[in-house]
Unconditional design. Structure first.
Length: 275
């Protein structure tokens, strides 16, 4: 049976003492280069608890996006293991939602129809689409209301701003209630004001769905604002050189960026970034 979206303004604790949802065990990555193998990632060990939001930051080319591809199963870890619920990820996972920097939307479908697309593809929703379509439409409208797009359900992608398309993309990534949300620089193309607005909206969506969130970003303030934990990766061959838990209360507000505590996290992470 399809369960409705969780609707709560008070989030559950991000981490629990139970088994991690995701585990990285001596994960590495290397590519052939000019007749030899060049190591990109080496010896990454970490675990992510159910409902936890984490960010990976580090210099360009250190393998951050490769981490996402390993988790998704699109490119399973060639060295070591990435495990989901104790099982090695060896093929694409079904319990994953993905949002990229470019919010690709089908131009012949309106906003509501674009958001509902995963329900036509992912089990068990696709088997129940005809019988429960009204319920699924309500789920999509509920998410669109959270990101203030309730008045733009019938508009087509070309009628939306970049920020609106990205909001719809986030709703689409979460409509099938995934256990894992992968975010690859989703706000990198937006202006500063729209980007900060998107942080607040993403936080609201994530607090409702209560999935694991994994964010790749170059914006350290974005990482602090959204995350329960931030991992800093070194330059190649990269590994985790620093991690910190962000103990700021939720829901977080943009005014928190002005606080001493927020800026302490920002400056500490910044000191560990290698160029």
């Amino acid at each position: 049976m399809v369960q409705p979206l969780v609707d709560s303004t008070t989030p559950e604790p991000a981490a629990s003492a139970g088994q991690p949802l995701l585990e990285f065990d001596q994960v590495g990555l290397e590519y052939p280069f000019e007749g030899s193998m060049r190591q990109i990632i080496q010896s990454v060990d970490l675990s992510i608890q159910p409902g936890e939001f984490v960010s990976f930051v580090g210099p360009s080319g250190c393998g951050k996006t490769s981490i996402l591809r390993m988790v998704s199963g699109l490119n399973p870890a060639p060295i070591g293991e990435v495990r989901c619920r104790g099982q090695r990820i060896s093929k694409p996972l079904k319990n994953v939602g993905i949002a990229f920097q470019n919010p690709v939307m089908l131009p012949w479908r309106n906003t509501l129809s674009n958001v509902m697309l995963p329900l036509e593809i992912v089990s068990p929703y696709k088997q129940e689409m005809h019988r429960k379509k009204a319920e699924f439409v309500h789920m999509a409208q509920d998410l669109l209301s959270t990101v203030r797009l309730q008045d733009f359900q019938k508009q087509y992608p070309w009628q939306l701003s970049g920020g609106m398309r990205q909001r719809a993309s986030l709703c689409r990534a979460l409509i099938h209630q995934p256990e894992i949300l992968l975010l690859d620089e989703p706000f990198g193309a937006l202006d500063a004001f729209t980007r900060e607005e998107m942080w607040v909206m993403l936080q609201a969506l994530w607090m409702r769905v209560k999935c694991v969130g994994i964010l790749i970003t170059h914006d350290l303030r974005e990482a602090v604002f959204l995350s329960d934990k931030v991992y800093v990766m070194s330059s190649r061959p990269s590994t985790i050189i620093y991690e910190t838990r962000i103990d700021l209360p939720r829901p977080r507000t943009l005014e928190m960026e002005l606080s001493d505590e927020f800026n302490h996290y920002f400056s500490t992470i910044r000191r560990h970034i290698q160029h």
